[in-house]
Design a binder for this molecule. Structure first.
Ligand code: Q7M
Length: 828
């Protein structure tokens, strides 16, 4: 109410953060002078706003007259006493801007010359064009210009994996809006635009140049396993000209189009053909495939370096189909169409073709030699006695190169031509289907595609990680193949960043598994090699590995169920041994079991070396062997055969019947080797049918030839299943000492005068004190020992009725039989 009011309110220093135009928004209330009794004359309805620029907070003490006035602010709305009574406040909002600013900051000041005013808020701000990606170029946060009509030109930078020939530009208006974009960036080759970023082309897709709009699927007969591909590689036997664009499909060389017959005899046909007109490189050789008409599953392939050949060894008066293809450095071209020629009839040939006689003579001689060699193999048991058993001698017959090494000369054949016989795509050996070591393939990729189906990654849904394999994660998931029902699968993946060797080893496993087709062998569904990650897909086994499963379900199965599992494993092993495949790491941990309790032989570890098998121990020669499961001859001199697999099978039987107990418990590998060598064997598991334990002992015969064969084991188990009462007889409890190694080659009955002497003899002298403390001071007392399997559960320790619960648990490796005098020499 006083005259000449001059009240100032000053803000603290405000940084302008680089902006040259700032905005001030004021919110205030103001009392209507008319509503003030007697206020007229002194009362004001406006106030003033000033600013003062300074680079720092020192400007605080400058005089009021140095402040620059921004404006006088009047209220749009004032309020009266009446409004006050209603508690209504009329809030005014006014915005002013100031610029261009030239210093780092400023003060604001408010001057009141007699108004009834309440300044509710002051908001100070500037405007910017926010960072944005437009046309694949990134434009940064840009503070608007000082002038209210100014447009700022801003350069953008191309986002990751994009390029441009004209740097993109845009304009930032004073209001903070982006205007008028010029120029653009494009995703570089191998990348495509998605959501304003450049995304890598997935394996199987490519983008050849920045100008192409998006990644495209590899054209027919080409592939890429890499991300960010700018082109696709041609599949084997397919080519693309240097001058062809990468969008063009790969094609085979133009196949041989004309095949002419030359001389025809009753056993032979001469053929000639023309080199293809666009051979795609120098032709290295031709492959001639032929078979008797309507017997396509059984064909022969011969090779020739020339454009002609005489095919002999044919049947008289028979029609043959011929197809020829060329091979260049880049691979094989497609086969020609089929050409049909007929040999001449016998009568004509016999009279007119005298020249056939020496051929017949040679053929007969060769046949006899062949027979002799085969018989020789059978008698000697092996052709190359240095570790390649019967299976490889069979293989030797199939592979001409091996035949040479084994001292068997090929039948009359042009050295330029090699002849191979096939049946259903496999090398033909009458009546035997043999396992082919994928290492015999020069090109491991060929091996894997020979034995394993390629699965498209899009058919697979990965659901969960269920474990870690040597090359990457093992997952469970589902497979939906076209025209088939979806079903669960296990998926082994090859981790990213693998080496070429790791990929080869990883897929080598699929080349092995893919050769097997048996209900008790883990079934390979296929492989994913054309995209990443590379995967091996097998059927899914709900219950995982057998050892863990049995431990989890201790004592839960009937004897028949256990024998059923063993029967399955034996049947799978019979199949593998028939195929000539030696497993080398048969153990319960390598058996998978599904929800129907069907057991399937598999191999979790590496297929060849057992480096990653936790059970594998180094032998003196540096190899790695799972000692507890391995036959003595395989440990001693690496004689791995189906007979050594039978030994391991016996150990698996023991593991199964004892629900996953560890063979030889915590004995060291060295002690195991020694004990087994001295003739001791695992004792019968608890409640084990005598017939099963007998079968185990048979499998553990030192002489490998005396061990049963897998087919005999299968028949034996079948017999037991058919006649369940045969399983009722359990191994006599008194003769069964769960933790003892049983001596099977009697070493004479030792008579010991004292407990100490006996314990020394069995290398358990360190336990003498414990025996004494627990009252076993005489051999008679020891003879009274009874087994109490509950006292030291799981460890199978020998405990006498009176042993105190605090007495240490220990193992006593002896055989208890009748009186003290009868005891055999204790083993360990
Ligand atoms: F057939 C044989 F035994 F002769 C043979 C098999 C020879 C050579 C190699 C192989 N390979 C082989 O068995 N591979 C293999 C693939 C998948 C082994 C195990 C699996 N596998 C499953 N099928 C698993 C599974 C599983 C399942 N649950 O169905 N591996 C696992 C796993 N589950 C690894 C860790 C954890 C869980």
């Amino acid at each position: 109410m006083e005259q000449n009011q001059n009240n100032w309110l000053l803000t603290s220093w405000i940084s302008n953060e680089g902006a040259s135009r700032i905005f001030i928004e004021l919110k205030f209330t103001l009392r209507d002078c008319n509503s003030l009794p007697g206020g007229l004359g002194t009362c004001k309805e406006t106030f003033n706003v000033y600013y003062f620029e300074s680079d720092d907070a020192d400007g605080r003490n400058v005089k009021e007259n140095q402040y620059i006035k921004i404006d006088t602010i009047a209220a749009d709305e004032s309020f009266t006493e009446l409004d006050l009574g209603d508690r209504v406040m009329k809030l005014n909002t006014e915005i002013r801007d100031v610029g261009p600013l030239t210093k780092k900051g400023f003060y604001l000041a408010f001057q009141d010359v007699g108004a009834c005013i309440a300044l509710v808020s002051v908001r100070v701000y500037y405007k910017k064009c926010p960072s944005v990606i437009r046309n694949l170029a990134l434009f940064p946060d840009t503070i608007t210009g000082a002038d209210s009509s100014q447009l700022l030109e801003v350069s953008g930078s191309c986002v990751n994996h994009s390029v441009t020939d004209e740097p993109p530009k845009m304009h930032c208006s004073a209001e903070g809006e982006w205007l008028v974009p010029i120029g653009k960036c494009m995703c570089k080759a191998g990348y495509e635009e998605k959501n304003s970023t450049c995304q890598v082309c997935r394996p199987g897709f490519f983008k050849a140049s920045p100008q192409s709009p998006s990644c495209s699927k590899c054209p027919p007969h080409s592939y890429t396993h890499e991300e960010a591909s700018t082109s696709c590689l041609c599949e084997e036997h397919y080519f693309r000209r240097e001058s062809d664009p990468p969008t063009m499909a790969c094609t085979t060389p133009s196949p041989i189009s004309i095949v002419k017959k030359g001389k025809i005899a009753k056993n032979s046909i001469s053929l000639s053909w023309q080199e293809p007109d666009r051979p795609n490189g120098i032709i290295l050789e031709y492959e001639i495939k032929y078979f008797e008409k309507d017997q396509e599953t059984s064909y022969t392939i011969i090779k020739s370096k020339e454009t002609k050949i005489t095919v002999d060894g044919l049947k008289p008066a028979s029609t043959y189909i011929f197809q020829i293809r060329a091979r260049t450095a880049a691979g094989y071209g497609g086969f020609s169409r089929r050409f049909e020629f007929e040999t001449s009839p016998v009568s004509v040939a016999a009279s007119s073709d005298q020249s056939q006689i020496p051929i017949i003579a040679v053929s007969v001689t060769v046949g006899v030699i062949l027979l002799a060699v085969v018989i020789g193999f059978l008698l000697s048991g092996s052709c190359c006695d240095h570790g390649c058993g019967w299976a490889s001698s069979l293989r030797a017959v199939a592979y001409p190169s091996l035949i040479w090494r084994c001292g068997y000369s090929k039948a009359k054949q042009d050295p330029e031509e090699e002849k191979m016989h096939f049946h259903n795509g496999h090398i033909k050996l009458p009546g035997v289907r043999t396992y082919i070591d994928p290492h015999t393939y020069e090109d491991p990729n060929q091996a894997v595609h020979e034995f394993a189906k390629e699965i498209e990654a899009s058919c697979i849904t990965i659901e969960r990680v269920i474990g870690a394999g040597e090359f990457g994660e093992v997952c469970s998931g589902r497979l939906k193949l076209p025209g088939k029902r979806e079903f669960p699968v296990a998926i082994k993946t090859l981790k990213v960043g693998y080496t070429e060797k790791q990929r080869r080893d990883f897929l080598g496993e699929a080349s092995i598994m893919g050769q097997f087709d048996h209900p008790n062998i883990i079934h390979l569904e296929g492989v994913v090699t054309k995209s990443k990650p590379v995967m091996i897909v097998t059927e899914y086994m709900e219950n995982g590995s057998l050892d863990t499963f049995l431990k989890k379900n201790d004592g839960q199965f009937t004897v028949i169920q256990l024998v059923g599992m063993l029967r399955g494993i034996a049947s799978g092993m019979k199949y593998l041994s028939d195929m000539g495949y030696v497993h080398r790491d048969l153990a319960a941990r390598n058996i998978l079991i599904n929800s129907n309790l069907v057991c399937k032989v598999s191999d979790f570890g590496l297929s060849r070396v057992l480096e990653d098998d936790p059970e594998a121990a180094y032998t003196t020669r540096g190899g790695k062997i799972p000692i507890r499961w391995t036959a003595p001859e395989a440990i001693a001199f690496r004689k791995f055969t189906s007979a050594s697999d039978v030994w391991s099978y016996g150990i698996v039987m023991w593991e199964v019947v004892s629900y996953g107990e560890r063979p030889y418990w915590e004995m060291t590998n060295q002690d195991v080797i020694k004990a087994v060598e001295e003739g001791y064997r695992l004792p019968s598991p608890m409640d084990c049918p005598a017939a099963l334990y007998q079968l185990m002992l048979d499998c553990w015969q030192k002489d490998r030839n005396s061990r049963p064969k897998f087919d005999e084991i299968v028949s034996m188990l079948d017999k037991l299943i058919r006649n369940p009462s045969s399983l009722k007889t359990l191994v006599n409890a008194s003769s069964r000492v769960s933790n003892l190694l049983v001596e099977h080659s009697p070493l004479g009955s030792g008579a010991y005068r004292s407990v100490g002497e006996w314990l020394e003899a069995i290398k358990m002298g360190r336990y003498t004190e414990i025996f004494m403390e627990n009252g076993y001071s005489s051999m008679d007392a020891v003879a009274q020992v009874t087994l109490d399997s509950n006292s030291c559960k799981g460890m199978n320790h020998l405990v006498k009725g009176g042993a105190s619960p605090t007495s240490p648990c220990f193992r006593m490796d002896i055989r208890l039989e009748g009186s003290c005098a009868d005891w055999r020499r204790p083993a360990l």
